[in-house]
Design a binder for this molecule. Structure first.
Ligand code: DX5
Ligand code: ZN
Length: 214
């Protein structure tokens, strides 16, 4: 699966930019609050407008300080998947239950330096594991291959039936890096600059998909 990140889109022409990635599996939307990460993007009103303007399932990645308070709003608005950061959540088990009760898939994200091992039990409450392959906050950063060890570990547990999550990766994914991520066992690839920096975003998605399947 390919999930273009609108962080690298032209925010003045969002509807057109969403239209440009028709055929994407998910539309990845980065919500940042200038507290959890040193950047500020968009919030619920813009996400609601996006939800109303596309049939692509919306994948909300919440890089915010208080997901226990705010994540539910995105689920209730109709996001397909709502991902919170384990470093920010106070009660991630309750949070996942609330997201699922509101009809969304629940995602848990870990930053590049956050280990996976302590959260394996917690992940049994979640549908998606989002492994960050850059420090969250900005598009266009360089891929950190060291995080693939966590992907491999999660893949083994999923394949052996001990864990049931979709494995998503976010940061620095492009035509040069996607193959190693695919080999490590990623199911869903977020790509911002590699899609929206291309002359033809739809073609860029097709190219990434081919490389991931190779
Ligand atoms: C970064 C965001 C990413 C970002 C990825 O904190 O979570 O989703 O858009 O951008 P690229 O693909 O350019 O690294
Ligand atoms: Zn993201």
């Amino acid at each position: 699966m390919i999930a273009p990140s609108i962080l690298s889109a032209d925010f003045a022409r969002l509807a057109d930019e969403v239209d440009a990635v028709r055929g994407a599996d998910w539309l990845h939307v980065d919500v940042m609050d200038a507290h959890f990460v040193p950047n500020l993007t968009i919030g619920l009103p813009v996400v609601k407008a996006l939800l109303a303007s596309t049939d692509i399932p919306v994948d909300c990645h919440l890089m915010i300080d208080d997901p226990d308070r705010w994540a539910i709003d995105y689920a209730e608005a109709g996001a397909h998947n709502v991902t919170v950061h384990v470093e920010a959540a106070d009660d991630p088990v309750k949070l996942a239950a609330n997201l699922r009760a509101a009809g969304a898939k629940a995602g848990l994200s870990i930053k590049p330096d956050t280990p996976l091992e302590p959260y394996l039990e917690l992940l049994t409450h979640y549908d998606t594991l989002l492994v960050m392959s850059v420090e969250p906050g900005f598009g266009g950063q360089e891929f950190m291959p060291g995080v693939l060890d966590k992907v491999r570990a999660a893949r083994r547990l999923v394949d052996s039936g001990e864990l049931r999550v979709l494995i998503e990766i976010d940061g620095g994914i492009n035509a040069d890096t996607i193959e190693q991520a695919a080999e490590a066992g990623v199911d869903c690839f977020v790509a911002g600059s590699a899609v929206y920096g291309a002359d033809d975003p739809a073609e860029a998605i097709a190219r990434l998909r081919n490389k991931a399947e190779a």
